[in-house]
Write a protein that binds this ligand. Structure first.
Ligand code: FNR
Length: 378
């Protein structure tokens, strides 16, 4: 469909599913084990309802905010996700350009399919901020990687801590074998008689672990509060955010460790299945430890698909939320225009929601405006 007919992030995903290769779809969409956390990340938002305020002048409504001191047109950033080129030849640069034009911030994955320099060069303005998602690999000189991105002008480090080993993403693991089977079937149907009788060797997947397993093989499995944070602080003065906080206790430890922010995340359900939905962790943190929010910036990602989801997280004290798959899908389906369109859609949804909620700016989104219910709407 023409891009103007795509009305929301879910429709964008439907288009992407049609245009993506089998392998790319399997890699992007898959999650750990039974994919329960993946699904519940999304469903958990539907257990939170609003208390809208009325009779408030809302003709002026500003959805912008600052994230780690950097201006952002909406309280949403792109969460770093690997291999954008699987979906579109221009890859991560689509996201860089779309974000640059719309004034939002991209977090670049350690496993991006373009070089960090190519992505930096794709910026539409010299002062366009970029965040860097760091995987600390054992066999790779992590220090050098950080120094490289500092030199390239990246503005913050998001250290991912929820993937010391790769989650078991079964559809991703199956993909090369399903592909080989489909190829054999196609050849049989074409009747050219050149049947292949052994599955083709998948490229990134010698050990049958899926794309993710292959990439996360060499990750440092011994991260710790005592060693890793001081190490990273000694390498860079950039703000440090811990990506992958999954419970209240670790949010408190992060505040004690003196980092600049935490990203409540379960990696989009791709790591530990049955990890609590991110928005529920945020809800608990707000309830149990409101003090944490004054010590650092709190973000969440996982399952955000609508402006209303963004507003719920902001009411619960988040400075901003991240989105992973929706940006991969938007760039896969429509390149950089898709990214721009997605941001515009989110902005429209956020502003509409703020007006109907009675909030003129993000600081007027407060915990009293949301309530978690213990039933699941249809
Ligand atoms: C990811 N994610 C991720 N996280 C990270 O720290 N480094 C990475 O390289 C990747 N790669 C990656 C690839 C793909 C295909 C996906 C879907 C996700 C996790 C990502 O940053 C984010 O936490 C989730 O995508 C958020 O969930 P949603 O928005 O996809 O529901």
């Amino acid at each position: 469909p023409p891009l103007s007919r795509v009305l929301n992030a879910i429709e964008m995903e439907e288009v992407a599913k049609k245009v993506l290769s089998y392998k790319a779809w399997a890699y992007y969409s898959s999650a750990g084990d039974g994919e329960i956390t993946y699904a519940e990340n999304i469903r958990a938002f539907s257990r939170i309802f609003f208390h809208a305020r009325i009779m408030r002048p809302i003709s002026q409504c500003d959805p912008s905010t600052t994230i780690l001191g950097f201006k952002s047109s909406i309280p949403v950033f792109v969460s770093g996700a690997a291999l954008a080129k699987l979906g579109h030849p221009a890859g991560e640069a689509n996201i860089t350009r779309g974000c640059g034009r719309m004034g939002t911030i991209q977090m670049v994955s350690s496993h991006a399919s373009l070089s960090y320099a190519q992505i930096a060069e794709a910026r539409v303005r010299e002062d366009q901020p970029l965040f860097f998602q760091l995987y600390k690999h054992k066999d790779f000189r992590a220090e050098e990687r950080v120094r490289d991105v500092v030199r390239l002008g990246y503005n913050a480090i998001f250290l991912t801590v929820d993937a010391p080993v790769a989650g078991h993403r079964e559809r991703d693991i199956h993909a090369p074998f399903v592909l080989a089977e489909q190829e054999r079937e196609a050849e049989r149907q074409a009747g050219n008689g050149t049947e292949v009788d052994t599955p083709q060797e998948p490229d990134v997947d010698e050990k049958g672990e899926g794309t993710a397993g292959a990439m996360l093989n060499s990750i440092d499995r011994d991260l710790s509060w005592e060693k890793t944070i001081p190490w990273l602080r000694s390498v860079t003065k950039l703000p440090i955010v811990i990506k992958g906080i999954q419970c209240v206790e670790d949010a408190v430890l992060a505040a004690e460790a003196g980092v600049d922010g935490i990203l409540i995340s379960n990696h989009g359900g791709r790591q530990l299945d049955y990890s609590l939905p991110s928005i529920d962790v945020l809800y608990r943190l707000r309830k149990q430890r409101p003090d944490v929010f004054s010590k650092l910036e709190v973000y969440m990602d996982g399952g955000v698909r609508r402006g209303s989801d963004v507003l719920k997280a902001l009411c619960l004290g988040a400075t901003a939320v991240g989105m992973g798959r929706p940006f991969l899908y938007a760039q896969s389906a429509y390149g950089e225009e898709g990214v721009e369109r997605l941001i515009r859609i989110l902005e429209t949804e956020i502003v509409l929601g703020m007006r109907l909620l009675g909030a003129r700016n993000v600081s007027e989104l407060v915990p009293e405006m949301v309530e978690q219910v213990n039933w699941q709407p249809i």
